[in-house]
Design a protein around this ligand. Sequence first.
Ligand code: ITT
Length: 201
Amino acid sequence: LQVLVATGNPGKRAEMERLLRAHLPDVVVLGLPDVEAYDEPVEDAPDFAGNALLKARAGLAATGLPTVADDSGLCVDALNGMPGVLSARWSGQPKSDERNNRLLLEQLADVPDERRGAHFTCAVAFVHPTAGEHVVEGHMAGRVGREVRGGGGFGYDVLFEADDAPGRTTAELTREQKDAISHRGHALREIAPYVAEVLAR
Ligand code: ITT
């Protein structure tokens, strides 16, 4: 049994692979480096679920394999939900976590502690040649800190303090700690039993 994880983001891919493996012990998880024909789709859907589906469909189209894809991002209250679906490319092309984090600190420079709330959303789509399409969402609430801290994770983790792990950024958590509370952990734990059931058919 095989499933393709269609993401070009190495940090995301590592988390998706270990969460899927934990719940699908008998399934071989392939990544995009294993696939030649994948065409990265234009992520022009208005929401996370729509973009996750675009990526999952592209994986299925390229390989014929059941495919899991993730579209995720950080929604900041004081910025009316930005950067949201634009999180990866907020500061422009090419994608740069460091520039994105600098921009986030700049945009929130005058925002007091009590108004620095934010949440991550992760939509995970699973598409299968005969079983069709399925999407779930996970969330992680917290706040944006004032300085970059920690060496784990990726993206905005160095600035984000989760309500479930206060006082530390999600880049200061162990992998297991982040997986236990993260938007991606919640979404993948929700969809994994369905993926397992479909693959076993
Ligand atoms: P793929 O589309 O190839 O999967 P991407 O990085 O472009 O990779 P998205 O469009 O879904 O993916 O953007 C997600 C961005 O949101 C990601 O680049 C980070 O900036 C941010 N993000 C998502 N989950 C995160 C997490 O767990 N920790 C920190 N930042 C995260």
